[in-house]
Design a protein around this ligand. Structure first.
Ligand code: NOJ
Length: 942
């Protein structure tokens, strides 16, 4: 059970309580509320792609208005960005209490970590200013319009003249400006109400939680804003939470949460299901979706953040042709410190929103091929002999796997970069055995560095002053796995350089090139810290308070490890790093994979893993997984088996288990479980070409690797809340994992006017906008194929993905009633960066008019770009298509015995088999060994 008392509720978080109270106060005014923020019309400047000005916050006391410089940037891609700062803090014209060394400005470096580009400004943008408002038209074809009202300050965003998003429409904007602490002497106790502004001051200057005191040297400084999605009933995103895909309301009422969704990266022990409680990572990206329209916002702030969500019936937008029952979703965002920095995306499709967001924050890394295979982990494999034995047992049982993992016990007394000399006397020998089957080892390295004598790493950290500091600017000390520890401060470029030096093969002895990394506990987890993390008044590089950077901290650690892995040995050509992280922020997708942390071996956690992973997929971090089998506790064999069947469809597929659990490697499962788990693993491996192609697409467009229904069918309202079934990229594969005990059948929702086939039996399922039911004995994975796709596969079982490199392909084609299908296949060496120099093959397969063709995916220009292309294609010339399976062919094909294969202008006849489907099953044609080369242009005429 989660210990609620260890984590703050909104009421226990000063700025959360204040911002909610602000909203409640505004609500009591109804329509008469006048937000105290105005954009000074005389300050407005319209430049190339920008509008700048000063927002004035008037004070009830009548004192001088607070100046808040505002900058609106309008990008060519159609993204708008609103950034609000505070003049006095910009000028460093504030006083700090307690002699703090902290920076005086609002934190303004979140963008430097999260974004890869500020985006191209829109050159064709046009702006007009009147006394009341400034109107900007921008984006492709000037489709978008921002109406910036001056008094009170608010912004309405229109697409094609329809209102979609309102900022400060409800008047909840709240920028807590700097003020000096006034010590009130009234009856010797500190007054709760500010006599002038009527605000609750009790949490302005100090906050206590769980015995920890936050000294708050800069006083209150939160930023808050309401963002309303007009005519939108569903919002998604803002991971990580153990919640539904379509986010819930947070202001109470039946079925709703009482608490806002919280983003404050935390090590939450035994986290609970169906909760807005914060978890390990934070991505403040939200999408709103309604029939045929998607918009979104990205709240770029690294401090603790909360988001309230309320859905209002009856649209306040008289212009909109509102569907979904005329519901607006009203959100309210607030962060403890930093800039108010919001990006607005106007869609119109979910694909557009994710693409625009990914262009800014970077695409997901194209991982090495092995990373898409199966990962075997537990806390802990206890010795190098143990690892070798597990490895051998997989082989003895013909079960494929790619990676075995070592948790913290491999180290010498939790000192990272060392090996326990008794348990792991020969790590290189162990790695060699793995490498013989092209397998890898992942070792864990956490950001806490053991504070002991005779440990070179901590000695250097201290002498070079590379750790996070406490509020007195002394090296921060806290507790984690090793006991007393210090934390590396990876905001510091010198730390990154030093970190890099620790990973060279010479320095981190016992590691070979097939060793990769796991970065855990990087929220950071501090066992004796407030909410199991660092005090907020700790100081990082650049004198930023931990409060300002908390949610980015985990990403900076992975960034340092990524740099280190890239530079392990300059003599060996660069391989793509693989890193698994527990903590993350917007942008972490560039660096590796994430997982959902310490789940439980329970059916509810298996079920929850799917909406959780889907949420990360639509929030730009698709390389996501959950501990297969459940971390805490011992799963029943049925649960374990079903979890493998689900895990085979996680983008990141790793089994993991707590140190107190029984061993549960697949070969131990016994009959019939072992065989069924093996089948699930083999299914994953045979579909690796489709997965890798999907990852490639994610790495170039930001597209989710697993796609929820609303993403794949943005017009089908009936499926907007569906979060237990999903597609694998654009392959047409539709999975619905079994997540309940003893399930004899499962129902799958199919959208209208579609056609599906069962993956295994070729049973035909017409989609009619309702559910179908299929039987689910334990060995059945509910997996359908949407008609109209071509799925690349490799059907020879091997020990690891590396051993499949030159295996032949099977093309599985599912025909629409019109007899068409298409798909693609992306291949490269699966490990190096040579693909960036053209060493890849990307085919476009099309089936139409009884002919299947394979053509280059790129146009001529792209194709000839890379200097390593020709050589790669030549090297792959030996790789063939060994089988073509066509599902859904007409019965008349029975008479055909042969197809004509044309490659390089030469034609030849090849035999074709035909199998007539029984009642309700599709006819299937099979061409065995068409002999065509995977990297060449060819066609097969049926
Ligand atoms: C916490 C991680 O979430 C878990 O996966 C790991 O096994 C333990 N730390 C020990 O390193």
């Amino acid at each position: 059970m989660v210990k609620h008392e260890n984590f703050k509720t909104c009421e226990q978080s000063g700025f959360c309580k204040r911002n909610r109270a602000y909203a409640d106060n505004v609500a009591t005014y109804g329509n008469t509320w006048a937000s105290p923020y105005t954009l000074d019309p005389n300050s407005v400047r319209i430049r190339h792609g920008y509008v700048t000005g000063t927002v004035l916050k008037s004070l009830k006391s009548g004192g001088q208005a607070v100046q808040l410089p505002v900058k609106l940037a309008f990008l060519e891609s159609g993204v708008a960005r609103v950034t609000i700062d505070e003049f006095k803090r910009q000028q460093k014209d504030i006083g700090l209490r307690h002699g703090s060394q902290a920076r005086k400005e609002r934190y303004n470096e979140a963008a430097a970590w999260a974004l890869v580009t500020d985006g191209e400004l829109d050159k064709s943008f046009s702006g007009e200013e009147s006394e009341e408002e400034t109107v900007v038209r921008y984006g492709p074809k000037q489709r978008y319009r921002a109406v910036i009202r001056h008094d009170p300050f608010s912004i309405d965003f229109f697409r094609d003249d329809e209102l979609h998003i309102k900022i400060n429409g409800r008047g909840l904007m709240n920028v807590e400006h700097w003020r000096a602490m006034v010590v009130k002497v009234e009856k010797g106790k500190s007054e709760k109400k500010d006599p002038e502004d009527g605000e609750d001051e009790s949490t302005w200057w100090e906050e206590t939680f769980g015995g920890n005191i936050d000294s708050k040297p800069r006083g209150p400084e939160s930023v808050g804003m309401d963002i309303s999605f007009i005519g939108y009933q569903h919002v998604y995103g803002i991971p990580g939470h153990a919640s539904s895909l379509s986010l819930k309301q947070t202001r109470g009422g039946p079925g709703n949460y009482e608490q806002p969704y919280r983003l404050y990266n935390s090590d939450v022990f035994e986290y609970e299901m169906d909760s807005p409680m914060t978890l390990y990572g934070a991505i403040p990206l939200m999408q709103a979706h309604r029939k045929d329209s998607t918009v979104g916002v990205f709240w770029l702030n690294a401090a603790e953040t909360w988001i309230d969500i309320v859905k209002q019936k009856v649209s306040s937008n008289p212009n909109s042709l509102v569907t979904g029952g005329g519901t607006d979703t009203e959100t309210h965002w607030f962060s403890e410190s930093g800039l108010l920095d919001v990006f607005v995306f106007l869609g119109p499709s979910p694909k557009d929103v994710v693409a625009q967001y990914s262009e800014l924050t970077g695409y997901t890394q194209l991982p090495q091929q092995f990373a898409l295979g199966y990962h075997q982990c537990r806390w802990n494999y206890v010795s190098d002999e143990d690892v070798k034995e597990v490895d051998t047992n997989f082989d003895k049982n013909n079960i494929p796997y790619d990676v075995i993992w070592l948790d913290i016990e491999y180290t010498d007394g939790k000192k990272y970069f060392t090996w326990d000399p008794h348990a792991f006397p020969d790590p290189l020998g162990m790695e060699k055995q793995l490498n013989d089957q092209e397998r890898k080892l992942v070792v864990i390295i956490d950001p806490h560095i053991k504070n002991v004598d005779n440990y070179a790493v901590v000695k250097e950290l201290k002498s070079m002053s590379l750790g996070v500091k406490d509020k007195n600017n002394k090296l921060f000390e806290g507790w984690c796995w090793p006991g007393s520890s210090h934390w590396v401060d990876c905001f510091n470029p010198v730390t990154i350089d030093w970190w890099r030096s620790l990973f060279t093969y010479k320095s981190f002895q016992g590691t070979a090139p097939n060793v990769f990394l796991w970065n855990d506990m990087n929220e950071p987890s501090v066992f004796n810290g407030p909410e199991t993390t660092m005090p907020k008044d700790n100081i990082h590089h650049g004198n930023w308070e931990h409060r300002d950077v908390h949610n980015i901290n985990g990403m900076t650690f992975v960034n340092a490890t990524f740099e280190a892995l890239l530079h392990r040995d300059p003599a060996i050509s660069r391989r793509r790093p693989f890193i698994l992280t527990r903590s993350y922020y917007a942008g972490s997708q560039r660096l590796g994979a994430m997982w959902t942390g310490d789940n439980l071996a329970a059916w509810s956690h298996l079920a929850a893993s799917i909406p959780m992973i889907l949420t990360h997929n639509v929030a730009g971090f698709p390389f996501a997984g959950a501990d297969v089998g459940g971390f805490f506790g011992d799963p029943s064999k049925e649960l374990l088996t079903r979890w493998y069947q689900a895990g085979a469809f996680y983008p990141f597929f790793r089994a993991h288990a707590h140190t107190d659990t029984r061993r549960r490697e697949p070969y131990l499962a016994g009959d019939p479980y072992k065989e069924i788990i093996t089948q699930a693993l083999r299914l994953r491996y045979s579909l690796l070409p489709a997965w890798y192609t999907t990852f490639h697409s994610a790495s170039t467009t930001g597209a989710p690797i697993i796609q929820p229904h609303y993403y794949a069918h943005p017009s089908d309202e009936a499926g907007f809340a569906l979060d237990d079934q999903f597609y694998v990229g654009s392959t047409g594969l539709l999975a619905k994992p079994v997540t309940t005990a003893g399930a004899e059948s499962i129902s799958i929702y199919l959208p209208p006017n579609t056609l599906y086939y069962d993956y295994f039996t070729y049973t035909i399922h017409p989609g009619t906008g309702s559910t179908i039911t299929i039987p689910t004995p334990l060995d059945k994975i509910p997996l359908l194929m949407r008609a109209g796709h071509i799925i690349p596969r490799k059907d020879h079982p091997r020990r690891s993905s590396g051993l499949m490199r030159y295996d032949p392909y099977t093309l599985l084609i599912t025909l629409t009633p019109e007899g068409t299908a298409n798909g693609d296949l992306y291949i490269d060496d699966g490990e190096s960066y040579d693909y960036q120099e053209g060493a890849f093959i990307h085919r476009n397969f099309t089936f139409a008019l009884n002919s299947l063709s394979s053509l280059d995916f790129e146009d001529e220009k792209q194709r000839n770009k890379g200097k390593k292309r020709r050589e790669y294609v030549r090297q792959m010339d030996r790789v063939r298509v060994e089988k073509i399976i066509i599902v859904g062919v007409p019965g008349s094909w029975q008479a055909r015995k042969e197809v004509r294969v044309v490659e390089d202008g030469e034609g030849r006849g090849v035999e074709m088999g035909f199998e007539r489907g029984g009642a309700g099953t599709a006819n299937v044609a099979t061409v065995k060994d068409p002999g065509v080369r995977i990297g060449r242009d060819w066609r097969v005429e049926f």
